[in-house]
Design a protein around this ligand. Structure first.
Ligand code: ATP
Ligand code: MG
Length: 356
């Protein structure tokens, strides 16, 4: 297959880890007989410095005309004092909006060789294999009215939690489609005892579930879900929820298995290119030192192979290579354990390439 990939390394460790992902993709292409063409573009702080905007028009064009988008990370202390329209994160939010990627997928799987780094008991953590599906383009973060007021000296602020039925339906449907090829269980998380949006969400979830007779649907209140993720995370297969609940629960879940440097994410739209990025940020404290863990970026590229290109075998090969590297006792500093060999970013990439 011939695919065009937009590559947005971004800031901080973004460039270093992107290097790793591309080396791995090159091996995949060679071995499986595909052709991947990469088109690089600017985003975030780098784009502010060079183009005066965190999301240049050209970047949007490159992304929209590609089959998928790989993104490293954006942001850093250099731009922290910038006015809000010149913040690196604005570039990422804008890109998500432009691409219409309403579904954010975060797989949380246990890497058995890293399990002892988790704060949970080994026997609990070993069984963890869940996927959080978070609505990404609606809800409290975008609803209007939104803003600050001052009436006769009384200050106030407002955010609005708003969803249309259509927005709920498409994200819930995505979750069911994923569950159908996994362990066939969807946990729909809401706060239906207090929120109107959650009551509609529950109705929509029940309706969508009729189209997936083999998938079991359960409803869970978000406070309970936060507790259950720690108490018994193995009970979950696919969790689907609205934007803010998903934001919080996915960060919580990301810590179940140990390391931030291992976690990948996919953001999908209905028909346009998907956006693939590691869960971690630009790690300014270690940027430029060849120390960053490239595995989350490499695993994000594997998600791209799976979800945008339907290259399941290829994706599995990459995931398997990562498992083998860990099994072989190789680590970057962030996941170092006693008796393991510490590698630089480049060396870690090289190891994955060798196993692949
Ligand atoms: P953001 O606001 O962009 O989410 P953040 O402030 O949450 O960023 P990160 O950039 O994710 O923070 O970094 C948090 C910590 O984890 C830092 O100490 C960083 O060095 C470390 N870290 C993050 N990603 C990696 C990685 N790939 N390899 C090694 N260490 C990492
Ligand atoms: Mg963060």
């Amino acid at each position: 297959m011939h695919k065009k990939i937009a590559v947005l390394p971004g800031d901080g460790i973004g460039r270093e880890i992107m290097d790793g992902a591309i080396k791995v993709l090159d091996v995949v292409a060679r071995h499986f007989g595909h052709q991947f063409d990469y088109e690089f573009a600017l985003i975030g702080g780098d784009a502010i410095d060079q183009e005066g905007t965190p999301l240049p028009e050209n970047t949007i064009k490159v992304c929209k005309t590609s089959d998928a988008v790989l993104l490293g990370a954006v942001g850093g202390p250099k731009w922290d004092q910038n006015p809000s329209h010149l913040r690196p994160e604005k570039g990422l939010l804008g890109l998500r909006k432009e691409l219409g990627v309403f579904a954010n997928l975060r797989p949380v799987t246990c890497f058995p060789d890293l399990a002892e780094a988790s704060t949970l008991k080994m026997e609990i953590i070993k069984e963890v294999d869940l996927m959080i599906v978070r609505e990404l383009t609606g809800g409290l973060y975008f609803g209007e009215p939104k803003g600050r007021q001052n009436e006769n000296g009384e200050e106030s602020a407002v955010d609005t939690l708003f969803y249309t039925r259509r927005e709920m339906e498409r994200i819930i449907r995505k979750a069911f489609e994923l569950a159908e090829v996994r362990r066939k269980k969807v946990t729909s998380v809401d706060k239906a005892n207090v929120l109107e949006t959650s009551k509609l969400w529950r109705e929509v979830a029940e309706e969508v579930s009729k189209d997936f007779p083999e998938v079991k649907l359960e409803h869970m209140l978000v406070d309970n879900a936060a507790m259950q993720l720690i108490r018994n995370p193995a009970q979950f297969d696919v969790i689907v929820t609205e934007n803010m609940f998903g934001d919080i629960l996915s960060d919580e879940a990301s810590m179940l298995t140990g390391s931030l440097g291992m976690l990948a994410s996919a953001s999908l739209s209905d028909d346009g290119p998907g956006l693939y990025e590691p869960v971690h940020g630009s790690a300014p404290d270690i940027a430029g030192q060849n120390k960053a863990n490239p595995l989350a970026m490499i695993l994000s590229a594997a998600l791209m192979l799976k979800y945008s290109f339907s290259m399941n075998q290829e994706a599995c090969a990459v995931e398997e290579a990562v498992q083998q590297v860990l099994k072989g006792g190789y680590r970057t500093g962030d996941i170092a354990q006693e008796g393991t060999t510490i590698l630089s970013t480049d060396e870690m990439t090289q190891k994955v390439v060798e196993y692949l």
